[in-house]
Design a binder for this molecule. Structure first.
Ligand code: BGC
Length: 703
């Protein structure tokens, strides 16, 4: 240790980073800020040796014992690996967010982090927390919905779980990567207060709670400047006001300059073979030419080293080959899926009886698998996909555009749950045949899907490929119809009145079918709540036409009529009731709220009694909203509590309001300000269904 004093664990990470930095040559420093693709491709410049076939890597410095950074995607499991090298797929981000359960999301993060470590990775490109502004965005499934508090708290939990394995995790994509169409060129046009109160707040809360070692910038521009060159976002807000101690990396292909990005606050160029030029190879020259202070390179490297010390990369080198308990991990994925399934509608058909005589199982691939989302987050399952379609595309993103199914069979699961039932399958491509089959069975279940992927948005919110007609025809043939949705985000439902039961299962992960089966038969009482609104139509959304979709190529601007009022706040502000509101989700039992006590003054907290008034054990998500401020109606989630109750049981819950959701961003003062006055609040079962209302008085405060 004497020749490597930075290995003294008694020192702070800052002190340790400074000690190594003091020993490094210019060339060695440059190694740490230059990231490479981990998976060479014939169309791209060749990276140095050392990649593991994943998203990327950064070389180490053997002389000083600085380890390689081996980077893998991401939030849903260890991705970017080839067929035959599987891992455990968690359900989609939206499914995880629909649990509203911090402990569960943290456990999911710990599980995938353990797999990353066992496979030899020490950086996870996880933590996607872009708010759902555009319901057609192809990547909504990866993220955590439309609310800054819910998304921020849950991404923090996921990051804590991942980093508990001595890994660095990122939070991404900073900021406003709200759609895939034109993501490399568009400029997100937004005013500062709106940005602070929405997307930036999600990042701020996520960083506070999750302490990620790294932040990944977005591809897009914000108010005309690329995210990777954004001095306001990186320099002023992140590193200045938030005093963020970690490092900032670019997204793959998202760095556009040498000194402009370095001066703005970008610390590491990722996968530089994808960028137009390997910009950070030229940092040394920029310093020699006086275009970049040498001290800035030290700061960049210092931040990277700090994160590597802080998150255990030096002290706990990862050990490829550590055993992975696949069964335990798949169980964890199933728990996450069960908690995230949302019962949208139930006219009494669910739960199904195990004594049911016959079931028509209808749906493309419902005999063999569940759908997974496409793109960098897509996890190859342990024993390979059940089914995969290759796109007809020569784009360099073509590998993302594969519609793939995880091997978790709804048909087999349902048969196992009701062994005496006659189980009949139809893939739904022949509507008449599917309807005829449904007519012969006691119950019909249609598994309807909407495939979405990174790099493309969906053209609209309708279920594609004739599935609306399929549902309508099956509903006519058999009124005992359950529609199970496997979607990347919200869909419209012109057929809703004809269907008695609808379940949103999202992309449910490696044990998705088992989770769906457990909910359908009542082994699990559904407790998921929507982390985003389901609009009635595209016309009701802030941008009825997807920005940029009508443009062939070139830069364009996206404006956000909703401003800070993302999602349910927009629907409330414009008086357009959603099809299903944020926070909505039914249970097989019922809950009652009583004895609301408001503790107000400088801060706000409420307590109340929650009783399970039904016959089954189950969990409720008690939601606290701001409903009126300054005499005007408003709608903001202030906090929530998830509580499990046996039949007849009552528990007292306390919910503390997040002060920044009571406040507005005061542009003049440059901070959050709660105005002195009276506020309306409500305990609610969704953003549009208040149950108990109260008034709170708050004394003005800066928070
Ligand atoms: C995505 C990132 C991802 C990176 C590396 C990009 O296409 O936007 O989220 O981490 O690829 O795979």
């Amino acid at each position: 240790m004497s020749d490597r004093p930075w290995m003294n664990r008694a020192l702070t990470s800052e002190a340790r980073a400074a000690l190594v930095l003091g020993e490094m040559t210019r060339e060695e420093k440059l190694i740490l800020v230059n990231g490479h693709i981990g998976n060479p491709s014939p169309n791209l410049p060749k990276p140095p040796d050392g990649g593991m076939g994943s998203a990327g890597f950064v070389q180490g410095v053997e002389r000083l014992g600085i380890p390689f950074q081996q980077q893998t995607d991401a939030s849903l499991g260890v991705a970017n690996l080839h067929d035959g090298v599987g891992s455990t797929a968690l359900p989609s981000g939206l499914a995880q967010a629909a649990s509203w359960d911090e402990a569960l999301v943290e456990a999911g993060g710990a599980m995938i982090g353990a797999e990353a470590r066992a496979k030899g990775f020490n950086v996870m490109l996880a933590g996607g927390v872009n708010l759902t502004r555009e319901p057609r965005c192809g990547r909504n499934f990866e993220y955590l919905g439309e609310d800054p508090l819910l998304a921020g708290v849950l991404v923090g939990a996921s990051l804590r779980g991942i980093q508990s394995n001595h890994l660095v995790a990122t939070i991404k994509h900073f900021a406003l990567n709200a759609q895939e169409t034109g993501r490399m060129v568009l400029s997100a046009e937004i005013d500062e207060a709106a940005l602070r109160e929405s997307d930036l707040l999600a990042f701020e809360i996520g960083i506070e709670r999750g302490r990620p070692g790294s932040v990944m910038t977005a591809y897009n521009r914000i108010n005309q400047t690329y995210a990777a060159e954004h001095d306001f976002l990186l320099g002023q807000v992140l590193k200045g006001e938030w005093a963020y101690p970690g490092y900032v990396m670019s997204d793959w292909g998202g760095c556009h300059s040498t000194e402009a990005s370095a001066l703005a606050g970008l610390d590491q160029e990722s996968g530089q073979e994808i960028d137009k030029e390997p910009y950070y190879q030229a940092l040394g020259e920029a310093i020699d030419a006086g275009r970049l202070p040498a001290a800035r390179l030290d700061e960049m490297v210092g931040r990277i080293l700090w994160a590597m010390f802080e998150h255990g990369l030096f002290d706990h080198p990862n050990q490829p080959g550590e055993a992975i308990d696949r069964e335990a991990h798949l169980d964890a994925a199933q728990r996450a899926a069960e908690a995230g399934i949302v019962l949208l509608k139930n006219d009494g058909l669910l739960p199904l009886s195990r004594e049911v005589g016959s079931i028509a199982v209808i749906g493309f691939s419902a005999d063999i698998g569940v759908l997974s989302g496409g793109g960098s987050s897509s996890v190859v399952p342990w024993d390979g996909f059940a089914r995969a379609f290759k796109p007809e595309s020569n784009s360099r993103w073509a590998s993302y555009l594969r519609q793939r199914y995880l091997p978790s069979s709804p048909l087999k699961t349902l048969q196992a749950a009701a062994p005496d039932a006659a189980m009949r399958f139809n893939d739904g491509t022949d509507v008449a045949a599917a309807a005829a089959l449904a007519a012969q069975c006691e119950v019909a279940i249609v598994f309807a899907e909407q495939w979405t992927s990174e790099f493309i948005d969906v053209p609209g919110l309708s279920l594609p490929n004739g599935q609306e007609a399929l549902i309508e025809a099956v509903a006519k043939a058999n009124p005992n119809l359950v529609v199970v949705l496997e979607t990347g985000g919200p869909v419209t439902m012109p057929w809703l009145d004809q269907v008695p039961a609808v379940l949103e299962a999202w992309y449910p992960g490696g044990r998705g079918a088992e989770a769906i089966g457990a909910v359908l038969f009542g082994e699990v009482n559904p407790s998921g709540r929507l982390p985003l609104s389901f609009p009635r139509s595209e016309a009701d959304t802030p941008n009825p036409v997807l920005p940029g979709i009508e443009q062939e190529r070139g830069k364009f601007d996206v404006t956000y009529p909703e401003g800070a009022d993302v999602g349910y706040r927009w629907y409330a502000r414009t008086g357009r009731p959603p099809l299903f509101p944020f926070g909505h989700g039914l249970s097989y039992t019922s809950f009652a709220y009583a004895n609301l006590v408001v503790d107000d003054g400088e801060a706000l907290a409420v307590s109340l009694d929650v009783t399970n008034t039904g016959e089954r054990a189950g969990a409720d998500v008690v939601q606290l909203y701001l409903t009126e401020a300054d005499g005007r109606p408003t709608s903001r989630l202030l906090g929530w509590a998830k509580v499990f109750l046996e039949p007849g049981e009552t528990k007292s819950v306390t919910i503390a309001a997040e002060p920044r959701l009571l406040a507005d961003w005061d542009l003049d003062a440059g901070g959050w300000r709660i105005a002195d006055g009276a506020y309306g609040i409500a305990i609610a079962t969704s953003a549009t269904t208040p149950v108990l209302r109260a008034e709170a008085r708050l004394s003005g405060a800066d928070v």
